[in-house]
Design a protein. Structure first.
Length: 79
């Protein structure tokens, strides 16, 4: 499962970065909530950098289910 989780953690990072670049447009409530949680832990990448630590933090967020829990608080249970 670790490989799949790592891919999901990288996808989570990429999604947060993509939402940053879409400003001033706003995503829906769920994506905005998820973005806010990710950005509490991982800063926007203004330039290329080593992303190993960011991936580790994103993986920890994924495993902790903090993002999922925050989104479900806003939207209700996701099935």
């Amino acid at each position: 499962m670790d490989g799949v989780e790592t891919v999901l953690a990288i996808e989570q990072l990429c999604a947060a970065q993509a939402l940053d670049f879409r400003a001033p447009l706003k995503a829906g409530v769920g994506p905005r909530t998820a973005h806010a949680i990710v950005r509490e832990e991982i800063t926007h990448a203004e330039q290329d950098r080593l992303f190993g630590k960011d991936i580790e933090v994103s993986l920890a967020l994924l495993r902790s289910q903090r993002v999922l829990q925050a989104v479900e608080r806003e939207l209700g249970p996701l099935n």
